[in-house]
Design a protein around this ligand. Structure first.
Ligand code: HGY
Ligand code: MN
Ligand code: MN
Length: 391
């Protein structure tokens, strides 16, 4: 399975992946998911938002146990973030079948669409739409860097635009366990190849709009300039300093300069800030300072998405920990669809697989094969425990 996916959406010049939502590459990934399900005799359903579900057993018999993750990536992302969870899910089903296991409740594998929000800007768009946490009208109007709306992208991908909360799909999920490569070094120094997740930090994405006055790069005196890149430079430095002071993190990873000409003083800088931290109020304090700074430059800082702190279901976490022999328990600063389902009240847990360098959202993201296989074994153990009895 790994070798089937390894080349899909990979940029040969960097080794990173460009698996953006509702593109041709995404189509190929969805085709792979359907084929992997079909070859196992799993029934594939697609919910109102385009999330793919592969079922072992009748999903309407009673709420099932679901695992899986996402297949899309950030621009130039790594091979493991998302796909490891989906491939491990199919591999776990193979092992369970090989052991003669028969689930006492439906067992599902999900591919959540548009988890990274790399094209339209809102992370976990598929799971947020599914649970009603993201309004369909807002989602459909989101535009990518070329001005293409999500609605247009869906139509081009042959999908309907009547997306939105899907209670039928939600009712089928009695519990969700997502396996994911660790995006950090929590396991790198430990004996265990896997960990159980305790929480996801609160995190948000914010858009700064800093206006300037377009003018000639050569003939405009410095004293006559209104150059928004200076305000942006101050914002970047302030973001780092404020995050440091508040025990949070902040990242300025995406910017658009208009008109983006070498010899033209920009008319506008649009920049995005991702800020997170263990304590939501600290993140809010960082954002408040950056908002004031943007406004002092005649600009704005607008929240595009916010995810409250996620504490995973304690009973489920303890059950996962017990089934796995009490591995390390880690929180994470990375957002996941599991966090969105947890916020919707679905008992949810996560299993992390060791990442020796902790690097993620990078072509350098890596996990040892043996650790990935240990992840499959852990997921198999957990699914057997959760789906082995009707309750
Ligand atoms: O941004 C995140 O934390 C996740 O990778 N979507
Ligand atoms: Mn990611
Ligand atoms: Mn991910």
């Amino acid at each position: 399975m790994w070798s089937d996916l390894i080349a899909v959406g990979r940029d040969p010049s960097t080794g990173g992946y460009r698996r953006l939502a509702w593109t041709r590459t995404d189509h190929d990934l969805r085709e792979w998911f359907s084929a992997a399900a079909d070859s196992r005799g799993l029934d594939v359903t697609v919910d109102r938002c385009g999330n793919q579900w592969a079922w072992w057993g009748d999903p309407d018999a009673n709420p099932g146990v679901v695992t899986g993750s996402h297949l899309d990536s950030v621009p130039d992302g790594g091979a493991y973030d998302g796909p490891l969870g989906v491939i491990a899910a199919f591999a776990a089903v193979d092992v369970l079948r090989g052991n003669g296991f028969a689930p006492a409740r439906p067992l599902g594998i999900v591919n959540f669409c548009d988890e990274e929000g790399a094209r339209f800007g809102i992370a976990c768009a598929g799971s947020r739409l599914l649970t009603g946490a993201l309004a369909p009208d807002r989602a459909l109007a989101l535009r990518d860097k070329d001005g293409v709306t999500m609605a247009e992208a869906l139509v081009t991908a042959g999908r309907t635009t009547s997306i939105g909360r899907d209670d039928e799909a939600l009712a089928r999920v009695g519990a969700f366990v997502e396996l994911h490569v660790e995006q950090g070094r929590g396991l790198a120094e430990r004996e265990s190849p896997v960990a159980v997740a305790s929480a996801i930090w609160p995190h948000g994405r914010f858009r700064a709009e800093l206006p300037g006055e377009a003018n000639h790069a050569g003939t405009t005196r410095l004293s006559d300039r209104v150059d928004p890149t200076l305000a942006y430079a101050r914002l970047i430095l302030a973001a780092r300093e404020s995050a440091q002071r508040h025990g949070a993190v902040a990242t300025c990873g995406k910017v658009r300069i208009d008109p983006n000409g070498v010899n033209a003083i920009p008319s506008l800088v649009t920049a995005w800030i991702d800020s997170r931290g263990p304590v939501g109020d600290d993140v809010r304090a960082v954002v408040a300072e950056l908002t004031a700074l943007a406004e002092s430059a005649g600009g704005t800082l607008t929240e595009e998405s916010w995810t409250d702190a996620t504490t995973f279901d304690t009973d489920l976490r303890k059950r996962l920990s017990h089934a796995l022999g009490e591995p390390p328990v880690l929180d994470t600063g990375a957002g996941h669809d599991a966090g969105i389902l947890a916020a919707h009240g679905i008992p949810t847990g996560m299993i992390f697989v060791r990442n020796p360098t902790g690097v993620s959202h990078s072509p350098a993201e890596f996990a040892e094969r043996d650790d990935c296989l240990a992840g499959v074994t852990a997921l198999t153990t957990v699914l057997a425990d959760l789906a082995g009895s009707p309750a």
